[in-house]
Design a protein around this ligand. Sequence first.
Ligand code: F6R
Length: 609
Amino acid sequence: MCGIVGYIGNKRAIDFLLDGLTKLEYRGYDSAGVAVNCGDEGIFIEKAVGRLDSLKQKLKGRLPNGTIGIGHTRWATHGRPSDVNAHPHSDCHGNFVVVHNGIIENYLPLKQDLISKGHKFISETDTEVVAHLIEENYHGDFLLAVREVLAKIEGSYSLLFMSKFHPDTLIAAKQDNPLVIGLGENGENFIASDIPAIISYTRKTYILNDGDIAIVQKNNVQFVNRQGAPISKKIFHVSWNAAAAEKGGYEHFMLKEINEQPKAVRDTISPHILNNSVNFNELNWNSDFLKNINKIYIVACGTAYHAGLVGKFYIEKLVRKLVEVDLASEFRYRSPIVDENTLVIVVSQSGETSDTLAALKESKRLGAKTLAVTNVVGSSIAREAEFVILTAAGPEIAVASTKAYTTQLILMFMLALYMAQLSKSIPENEIERLINLLKKIPAQISETLSDVDPIKTFAQMYGFNDDVFYIGRSLDYCVALEGALKLKEISYIHAEAYAAGELKHGTLALIVEGVPVIALATQKSVYEKTLSNIKEVKARDAIVIGIAAQGDSQLSNYLDHVIFVPDTDELLIPLLTVVPLQLLAYYAAITRGCDVDKPRNLAKSVTVE
Ligand code: F6R
């Protein structure tokens, strides 16, 4: 979604601003802009709809020399993508500029009030209100004016302010949207909405909390709260490798991230397995804690929701506790039955998804115990939840989630085992057996990744079909949902996933000669039933590609194409079956010439409702 960058120091600000915005391109955006304080010449502003290249074209031959500036990539919410709606936004006289991620919910009454006081608005955005508000409230004290503005606005935001009158200061504020300050070495400091924008400049950061205001100068960073009282913050050292945020030789981030899964999964498993038992020091639960939980919700969006569906199987099967899985955008609006005996698990790669964050806050308000499964330390969701467990996927840049999904599955599986250990719901030797199989998963994913040619061929053969169906039962169905989502979002092929047993209740009408059907048949407990569903679609002359476990000798008798994955327990096999589906989506998108890493209309981190 939107991205923010800021620079103050001795160098030309524009160079960092453009580089930082380029590093944030993965978040998705539809326009971009920069503002640089050029002293006596005033504040230079340039903005352009479309990709950053359009902005760079406009700046050609006229890059400003000022050493303090702010920049933004916008994903339209209020007002269509356009040059004028792009950030930064300015007051009536060009004395104050602001960039903003999030939504100012009460902007309309504020705008009407400002118009009645003579302010002239030029954009359709909610953000422009902030620029005029600061003009209205400024009486010589920049920080005081910012605090007055924050007291008046409602909604979610990270905001970065610059003023012509204060060429030595940037002010940043945060509420429900991420913001980080990077500490430079030689009289310079950086500001960004995401760490990848600054990691090639510094690893020393301050991560802002809700309510924090940062006053950033080239040799100094101070923090105050909304009341203006100073607060002290600890430096957070970023350990991510800068190269991890680059494509590393792959054509696309998505392919790189698919191939990173063995490592991501290994890194997620290893801190929690000790002497054949599962350990979550960060939870430190006991059997009484679990006894008091009579209901579990898993709440998430998109791919993370699909990981939640698998998590439900794990917990219900291994712990024998009832689990409901909910879309975060639905959960909070349907009066969920939540109390202090409820555990709400939110799953979010970014830790910033607005709906998931809101569901988490609502669950807390209702008294639930909350656990976040996330990939981003210090994210809003990680900070809001009572308990946090982290996937070790590293930065996921491609919009389509891959390694985050598999690492989420791993954490859900280990969490279920951990709960089973505490509640003694399954025998110890069964836990040991599953842990031993779990340890083999990284190598088995590598094996699955080593033979992509048949998948490439299928993608080339069927990449131009209009519709594809995915079927499966039990956990195969959960993975089918994820496979269909991957295909839809990056190749724009219409794809639907069906519980195989549901076909005859309606969807079978769509299965005609030549329609591609991807059939997953790895769940041993329902294998025969899945096989009869496969025969149903085959009898209607669909082109069926099977996904089966090695050792399956039956499926090839019925199907022309079968992709085999290594065999393991049926609970763990989703970690393997999803891999060919990710690759199938990837190569179908390539075949159709799609922008794999930045699919149309989608953003990496959905920080608005
Ligand atoms: C699909 C995808 C999205 C996200 C969803 C939730 O490939 O990436 O469906 O899974 O937007 O995002 P997080 O996990 O960041 O909360």
